[in-house]
Write a protein of this length. Structure first.
Length: 337
């Protein structure tokens, strides 16, 4: 089967009009391919019956639909109604997908069919009436201030890679930026005099964020090593701020590997991710009196409700402090009036 035209149009729309990252568009494609596999299997047209299927990374050509023509697959997609979507959600639940995964796959379908309506392929979105599964509320993990400081001091500052890694950790914690935003930083994104940094966020949205003096000092120290390295390497990318050992832009995966290494060295939980520093930044900001709207802007959140999860963290912390200061047995020992 050739690439399904309307799914490919949707992925191109995400990448070139909505400016989604390649990784995000790839995830949407994988979700769509799984749904198409389900549709063909459910119709009984030559599929094996296992709607979990396999799909290409590009998202659009699933093994269960390889014998179908492009027109037949598009017909199946356009014939979908709310009941078919509910059946798909039910099957995902039977296969014990997590609630968050099911919700993500439903969001993909909702966006896809909204696109089809917008492009006049359909009159109505069949996913509109489907409710998103209620999610289990999980508070984001964050580090205590002392643990953050221990982690930041772990990379050695006397080598160029160690200085780079310390600067990376300092920047992540000082600004709360995402790892994807960090690795996209260029040399001219840092304003040392203004003590701000230019961040390119999701969907090509840009913001200016203040950055602490400790992080700026760490960057300056790293740049001294970086410039010496670049002087002896003609292939070094002069534009990139955080470079790998080959002088090219660092990847998000590399940042994760480096952090894993320093977490072990610092004796901290290896399950902590670079995103935990973002959670820690937000939590510590609120604990120190920052207002919610300011933290929203610093994090680059589109919706204030996304930022509000951190208020639960600070409330929980306040309750713990209160309980430690006023143990229950203290009250029980007081005379009643």
């Amino acid at each position: 089967m050739n690439e399904c035209a309307i799914t490919q149009d949707f992925l191109n729309y995400l990448k070139f009009e909505k400016h989604f990252s390649g990784h995000t568009a790839k995830c949407y494609g994988a979700d769509l391919a799984q749904f198409v596999t389900f549709l063909v299997a459910d119709s009984g047209s030559g599929a094996s019956g296992d709607s979990s299927g396999q799909w290409s990374d590009g998202g659009g050509t699933a093994t269960a639909v390889q014998t179908q023509t492009d027109a037949m697959v598009e017909q199946s997609i356009l014939a979908v109604d709310a009941e078919k979507v509910r059946k798909y959600m039910s099957e995902l639940n039977e296969k014990q997908y997590s609630k968050s995964t099911v919700a993500r796959k439903l969001a993909t379908l909702r966006s896809f069919y909204k696109f089809l309506v917008k492009r006049n392929h359909l009159a109505n979105n069949p996913v509109t009436s489907i409710r998103t599964p209620k999610q289990d509320k999980k508070l984001p993990q964050f580090l205590e201030y002392a643990d953050v400081q221990r982690l930041l001091r772990t990379p050695p500052a006397d080598t160029w890679l160690g200085a780079r890694d310390r600067a990376i950790l300092e920047v992540l914690y000082s600004t709360g930026m995402r790892v994807s935003e960090l690795v996209s930083l260029n040399m001219d994104d840092v304003d040392f005099l203004g003590e701000v940094i230019h961040i390119r966020g999701k969907g090509k949205k840009e913001r200016i964020s203040p950055i602490g003096s400790s992080a700026l000092q760490a960057i300056q120290h790293y740049i001294e090593f970086r410039n010496k390295r670049m002087a002896n390497d003609s292939s070094f990318d002069a534009k990139v701020l955080f470079a790998n050992k080959h002088g090219q832009r660092l990847s998000t995966r590399s940042v994760r590997r480096k952090m894993d290494k320093y977490l072990r060295m610092a004796g901290l939980d290896p399950a902590i991710s670079p995103h935990t520093l973002r959670h820690s930044f937000a939590t510590h900001m609120l604990n120190n009196g920052a207002d919610l709207r300011s933290v929203q802007e610093l994090l680059g959140h589109q919706s204030l409700s996304t930022t509000q999860v951190y208020t639960h963290l600070t409330t929980t912390k306040i309750k713990e402090v209160y309980d430690n200061a006023h143990p229950r047995d203290n009250f029980e020992s007081q005379p009643s009036f």
